[in-house]
Structures are given as structure tokens and as C-alpha cells.
Design a protein around this ligand. Structure first.
Ligand code: NAD
Length: 255
């Protein structure tokens, strides 16, 4: 088990990619703080699944767009497990609005939940890692849209582009402390965020046809990459993003 004795925090951890990351890190031996905003019952079920794997998990209800909540989440991790070794900034939302029609409220919501949370999540986790010593890993779940425009999803692309530079800047700044910062950029993944596409057969067919591998990713296929990046095998990777996108950024065979 690659992560035995490590302590990980996963934001937005009770659904989709976050849930798969929680389970994969637990399979590798980590104890986990599962951050969530809604569905405490899903968090409790996940805590039980982690226990069944032989590790410990606690759910912490914290809105990652609020710095006070992030501070409370880090404090809860230290209180329960004594330290923080792995911080996964995963929580995210989108509004599917364009440059022309995004409202101020939509802009502020997406930027706060996706980017502000990752910035201060990185800052607070790094402060704790420096205090305890021994380095650490910060993994930012960005998107192919950190680099690839998605017309009609403007604020989301902006937020992920910001996470790209957060990853690079924090990776360079924190390297002397042995804290590695890496982005994971998924393509299309079968999770609740894509429910509207997945429940429309014509849209789903169009999407699958645009992906060289011919299908969306399973959340577990992103989680396995996160577990690798959290482990010893990724000890020389920082300030960059690894894409897991089925090849979509390199060409769309169906378009
Ligand atoms: N599914 C995809 O195709 C895809 C592709 C690229 C990147 N991503 C990214 O992966 C991450 C996870 O998304 P997902 O696909 O699992 O969808 P999801 O909707 O299942 O997960 C998002 C999670 O964030 C949580 N969240 C929302 N607002 C929050 C807040 N204020 N505080 C704390 N948590 C909050 C939600 O409750 C949810 O658990 C997101 O950052 C998303 O942008 C997803």
C-alpha cells in the first residue's frame, strides 16, 4: 500500500471524481477527510466504505469558497489524524454560460468554488505541511479546459485556467519545502456534473464520437492517476498538469 499512514483531504469528496479519489486513496492505505457541502448521508456511507478498507475517514461539512470553512477543515484533519500529507482540491461547479450572458453572481460563484478554494486550500494545506515538516502533495483537479476553450462555459474555463497558473506558481514556490503541486486535467468523465449530457442520447453520441478513445472516462480512471501522483512514484513531478482525456485535446475523430 503506497500511502499507508498518510492523511489526505479531498474537497467535494462525496460524489463523482472526489468519491472515487477517496476510495482509491483509502485502498492505498490513507486516512481521509471527506469535505462536502450537501448529502451528509452519502458522506456517512462513504466513511463506512473507507472503514471496510481498513482506514479511517471523517466527513467535514465545509463550503470551500469560504476561507473560514477551509481553516475549519484543515483543523479537523489535524485534530483527527495529527497531520495533512495530501490535499486534493477537487470541488467544482459550472454554469454553462457564455462570455456574453454570464451574470456577476454566476461569475463569482464559479470563480469562488473552483479557483479561490484551490488557492486558499493550497495556501492553508501548505502552511500546515511546512509546520509539520516532511513535505506533502497538493493535487488540483483542473480540466482540459485549463487550456482548451469551451464556448458557452466561460467562467468555468477561466477558473480552470487560473488553477493551471496556481499549480505552476505554487509548485515553484513550494518546491523548497518538498511540497509538490500537480494538476490533473480530466476530459469528459461520467459524473453528476455531466448528467444533462449523459441523459440525452444524441448529445452523448456526439460527445463519444469526438473522443479518440470513443467514450467518457470512469471516475476511477481519474482517481488512479491522483493516487499515483500522491505516491512515491511521482516524487519528481511538480508545477505541471497531467491530462487524462482519452486523447480529445489532440483531435476529434467524430467532428
Ligand atoms: N466530470 C467531468 O467531465 C470533469 C472534467 C474535468 C474536470 N472535472 C472537475 O472534477 C471535479 C469534480 O467534478 P465531478 O465531475 O466529480 O462532479 P460532481 O458534481 O460530482 O462533483 C463536484 C463536487 O463539488 C462539490 N461542491 C460544490 N460546491 C462546493 C462547495 N462550495 N464546497 C465544497 N464542495 C462543493 C459538490 O457537492 C460535488 O460533490 C470538478 O472540479 C470538475 O470541474 C470534471
Amino acid at each position: 500500500m503506497n500511502l499507508k499512514g498518510k492523511v489526505a483531504i479531498v474537497t467535494g469528496g462525496n460524489s463523482g471524481i472526489g468519491l472515487a479519489i477517496v476510495l482509491e486513496l483509502a485502498k492505498q492505505g490513507a486516512n481521509i477527510v471527506i469535505d462536502y457541502v450537501a448529502h451528509p448521508e452519502a458522506t456517512e456511507a462513504l466513511e463506512r466504505q473507507v472503514s471496510a478498507l481498513g482506514d479511517r475517514a471523517i466527513g467535514v461539512q465545509a463550503d470551500v469558497s469560504k476561507i473560514a470553512d477551509l481553516q475549519r477543515m484543515i483543523a479537523a484533519a489535524v485534530k483527527a489524524f495529527g497531520r495533512v500529507d495530501i490535499m486534493v482540491n477537487n470541488a467544482g461547479v459550472e454554469t454553462r454560460t457564455s462570455v456574453l450572458d454570464t451574470s456577476e453572481a454566476q461569475y463569482e460563484k464559479v470563480l469562488a468554488i473552483n479557483l479561490k478554494s484551490a488557492f486558499f486550500g493550497t495556501q492553508l494545506a501548505a502552511q500546515q505541511m511546512i509546520k509539520q515538516g516532511g513535505g506533502g502533495r497538493i493535487i488540483n483537479i483542473t480540466s482540459v479546459h485549463e487550456d482548451w476553450p469551451m464556448p458557452g462555459n466561460a467562467a468555468y474555463c477561466l477558473s480552470k485556467g487560473g488553477m493551471r497558473m496556481l499549480t505552476r506558481t505554487a509548485g515553484v514556490e513550494l518546491a523548497p519545502h518538498g511540497i509538490l503541486v500537480v494538476g490533473v486535467g480530466p476530459g469528459a468523465v461520467a459524473t453528476p456534473i455531466n448528467q444533462s449530457t449523459m441523459s440525452d442520447p444524441a448529445l452523448l453520441h456526439k460527445l463519444n464520437a469526438a473522443i479518440p478513445l470513443g467514450r467518457m472516462a470512469r471516475p476511477e480512471e481519474i482517481a488512479s492517476l491522483v493516487a499515483f501522483l500522491a505516491g512515491d512514484g511521482a516524487s519528481y513531478m511538480t508545477a505541471t498538469t497531467i491530462f487524462a482525456d482519452g486523447g480529445i485535446m489532440q483531435g476529434s475523430p467524430g467532428l
